[in-house]
Design a protein around this ligand. Structure first.
Ligand code: GTP
Ligand code: MG
Ligand code: ZN
Length: 292
């Protein structure tokens, strides 16, 4: 048997990368009987049936470390959350949504502000400051600046990375720069025509040169946080963490409770207002969905 990684699943076939060679595999019936669905990202073992035509059988799925839900990919380590500094203008609430999602999935997180070459003022520097202060790793990139692309590439090494962010921010462009062999679709076409294509497109895992793996995802412009529990939300704002213990009430939701340490930190400027506003907004949404 050969060990490999499931990189794509289409129409009942599973494509398994074994040291750079891809085998088209059927899964053993036992998986269906046991209601186990092989996932992109799974580490697997296959039997090769036909070496010439690269066909095999999926025999075994190794235990999953993690299972991401959107997109459905197993064993993801890191989310690279990409926003443009402009064109399109960054939607900060949406960025905070992506962050909460990635935090709830317990992923490593890197924020990538792209299109630095288009920045005409210093607004993006403020953004970098806010998110670094919140404890995030932030990289400022431009697809036109090789040095910044190299920096991004280094953070992907030896990890399985999911690229997420709105449409048109340059996710696919950056990935093409990171590995010139990729040839992902970019630009106008990817934004307009491919909408239908994108929604039906399955997540695909792509090996890059430095032993990293990446998943490019189509951009999305909204993201429901209704799967999050009210009492967990604050845990997904890492800069709240040092204060939570000091709230007077252990059940404090940091809204209007007296002697709330998170709100004190907000007043003294240790927590940024915009971030707290996102917290309030998401809390409101979660409460509203729970009511029905
Ligand atoms: N000036 C500038 N343009 C960029 C940069 N990165 C990407 N672009 C352009 O932005 C447009 C969108 O890039 P894509 O890579 O297709 O964006 P995407 O995030 O993959 O978009 P979706 O696939 O729709 O989610 C293209 O026209 C790119 O050439 C950059 O750093 N600077
Ligand atoms: Mg794209
Ligand atoms: Zn509190």
């Amino acid at each position: 048997m050969k060990k490999g990684r499931l990189i794509k699943g289409i129409g009942g076939f599973y494509y398994v990368d074994v040291e750079g060679i891809v085998y088209e595999c059927k899964a053993r019936g036992i998986f269906r009987q046991m209601k186990i669905t092989p996932l992109v990202g799974d580490y697997v073992e296959i039997t090769v049936l036909d070496e010439d035509h690269k066909k095999g059988v999926l025999e075994k799925i190794m235990e999953r470390r993690t299972e991401l839900i959107r997109p459905v990919v197993a064993n993801v380590d890191q989310a690279i959350i990409v926003f443009a500094v402009t064109r399109p203008e960054p939607n900060i609430t949406l960025l905070d949504r992506f962050l909460v999602l990635a935090e709830s999935e317990d992923l490593d997180i890197t924020i990538c502000f792209n299109k630095a070459d288009l920045a005409t003022d210093n607004k993006h520097k403020e953004l970098v400051k806010v998110y670094e202060a919140a404890g995030y790793k932030v990289i400022l990139t431009s697809a036109k600046d090789e040095k910044s692309v190299k920096l991004l590439k280094e953070t992907l090494a030896d990890k399985t990375n999911v690229f997420a962010g709105p449409s048109g921010v340059g996710k696919s462009t950056l990935l093409n720069k990171i590995d010139s062999g990729l040839n992902l679709q970019t630009g106008e076409i990817s934004q307009k025509n491919a909408r239908g294509k994108h929604t039906t497109r399955h997540a695909e895992l792509i090996a890059i040169e430095n032993h990293g793996w990446v998943v490019d995802t189509p951009g999305f412009s909204s993201l429901d946080l209704d799967f999050i529990e009210e009492e967990d939300l604050a845990l997904y704002f890492p800069e709240f963490a040092p204060y939570i213990e000091d709230c007077k009430f252990s059940t404090c939701k940091h809204l209007k409770e007296p002697k709330c340490a998170v709100k004190s930190a907000l007043k003294s400027g240790e927590i940024y207002e915009k971030r707290y506003e996102s917290y309030l907004k998401f809390m409101e949404e979660i409460k509203n969905t729970r009511r029905f």
